[in-house]
Each structure stands twice: as structure tokens, then as C-alpha cells.
Design a protein. Structure first.
Length: 281
């Protein structure tokens, strides 16, 4: 009897904890409300199944408790029960998978007007690259990575010259503009995750993975690495700031392009004393 009561209390406690918990999602800052809906559907299904199974256990513990002279009936197979349980389980699993697949399709179907932003992960920092005035990112290769070229951008590719390189600093994005995030790692597995954007994806060395989203709220958001990537994993954090168009333009103006970084003489702040500022591009 005590066990049955404990089981019932576990169900009641779990449901109350879910409803009254102070820990919930951070307020959303992207178009991916679908992700939240998918999670809610999963909570409902798993919650209902959990409650049903545990309450059934409590019922059985009470109903079939030990009584003097009573013997259990042995019934190794029940076709009726098995087919009923198979169908119910199949419907439950499909109901959890279908919304996920539907959202996934949208998550990786990038709208035509999305601008590209590259995220480069390495132990243990985040760097970013924007396509520059031509709207195209130059090609890159991990073999080209050096202290002068931390992202391994191909110096022969004309498309890469005007790429804006944001090395180990904050990324800014304009509000309400769709972006395609191209994810690259130059050492081990990492995972780009911004909880408020409801978006995360693994970054695999040798591959470019991607998803898209539209930031819907200005603010400062933390980038976390969601893949255990070495001893520095816990402090692999970054910042994405969603700006108004004007703030974004101001920030963009202060950034350096790949061409400027490869030729320090062209970067304003690095001009040697006595050298003419006219060489500054
Ligand atoms: Cu990492």
C-alpha cells in the first residue's frame, strides 16, 4: 500500500513540478516558435505516458498485493494486448517524430533573401565571417590556417578579400533580417547554440553545416558550445548582439576585411608612425 502511494505521489509531484517550475525557457528571440511547439508536444506525450505507466503500476501493486492462499495466474502471451500496445506505441512515437521532421525541413530550407554568416569554432573560441560588399564568402581551407589567417581564408579567391573577419569577438546581426549560419570547425566537434534563438547545430571538422533564422528582438545573447570539446569546453562562450539597422551599420564600419588584415599597412590602427594615412583603405 505504501509503495502504491509513493508511486502516485511521484506522478503528482512530477506534474506539479513541471507546471510550477521556476526554470523554463528563456524568452524567444527568433522566428523558431515551432521548436517550442515541438517541445511542448513531446512534453505532453511523454508526460501522459509517464503518468499512465506509473499510475498503472500503483494500481497493480495495490490490486494484486499478496494475500494468503492467492496464486498468480501465468499468462505468457496475449495477442490482443500486444497488438493494442504496438499500435498505441507506434502512434505515440510517430506523433513525437512528425512535428520534429516538419520543423527540421523548415530549419534547413533557407529563404532566398537570407545573408550568409560564417561561424568558425576552435578550441575554445568563436570567430565569425561576413561576406562583405560583394555578398559572397570566399572559399576557405583548414590547411591555410595560420596566425595571420586564423580562419583559413583562401587568399587567391577574390570573393574572400572583402570578407569581414571578426576574430574571437562579438557577432552583430541586424534585427528582422534572415541569416544563414554556415558552421565550420577547425579542430574538433563543437556545437553552436544560442538558447534564445532556439537554434543549435553540430560543427564537424571538414564539413560546413548550416541552418537559418531571423532574429526578432534586439539584445545581447550568449553563444554556448553544446558539444563537449575538451578541457576548455565550459568557457567556450561568445556573444551575439542583435542590433537595429543603424547600430549594425555603425558596428560593421568598424570591422576589418580579410584584405586589410593580411596587409597590416592598410589597417588604420596599425599604421606605423610617419607613414601616410593615405595608404589606409
Ligand atoms: Cu566547443
Amino acid at each position: 500500500m505504501a509503495i502504491a502511494l509513493v508511486l502516485v505521489l511521484i506522478v503528482v509531484g512530477s506534474v506539479l513540478f513541471h507546471v510550477l517550475s521556476p526554470w523554463w525557457w528563456t524568452p524567444i528571440a527568433s522566428n523558431w516558435g515551432y521548436i517550442d511547439t515541438t517541445l511542448v508536444i513531446t512534453f505532453w506525450i511523454t508526460g501522459a505516458v509517464f503518468a499512465a505507466v506509473v499510475l498503472f503500476m500503483a494500481y497493480c501493486v495495490y490490486r494484486f498485493r499478496h494475500k494468503e492462499g492467492q496464486k498468480a495466474h501465468y499468462e505468457p502471451e496475449s495477442r490482443k494486448l500486444e497488438s493494442w500496445l504496438t499500435v498505441a506505441t507506434a502512434i505515440g512515437v510517430a506523433a513525437m517524430l512528425a512535428p520534429g521532421l516538419y520543423v527540421w525541413k523548415q530549419f534547413v530550407t533557407v529563404p532566398d533573401d537570407a545573408t550568409e554568416v560564417e561561424v568558425v569554432a576552435q578550441q575554445w573560441q568563436w570567430s565569425f565571417r561576413l561576406p562583405g560588399a560583394d555578398g559572397k564568402l570566399g572559399t576557405s581551407n583548414a590547411r591555410l590556417v595560420s596566425s595571420d589567417n586564423p580562419l583559413g581564408i583562401n587568399p587567391e579567391d577574390p570573393n574572400g578579400q572583402d570578407d569581414v573577419v571578426v576574430e574571437a569577438a562579438d557577432l552583430h546581426l541586424p534585427i528582422d533580417k534572415p541569416v544563414k549560419m554556415l558552421l565550420r570547425s577547425i579542430d574538433v566537434l563543437h556545437d553552436f547554440y544560442v538558447p534564445e534563438f532556439r537554434a543549435k547545430m553540430d560543427m564537424v571538422p571538414g564539413m560546413i553545416t548550416y541552418f537559418w533564422f531571423t532574429p526578432t528582438r534586439t539584445g545581447t545573447f550568449e553563444v554556448l558550445c553544446a558539444e563537449l570539446c575538451g578541457v576548455g569546453h565550459n568557457f567556450m562562450r561568445g556573444v551575439v548582439m542583435v542590433d537595429t539597422d543603424q547600430d549594425y551599420a555603425t558596428w560593421l564600419q568598424q570591422q576589418s576585411t580579410f584584405a586589410q588584415l593580411s596587409d597590416p599597412a592598410k589597417v588604420g590602427v596599425l599604421v606605423e608612425p610617419g607613414r601616410s594615412k593615405a595608404t589606409v583603405k
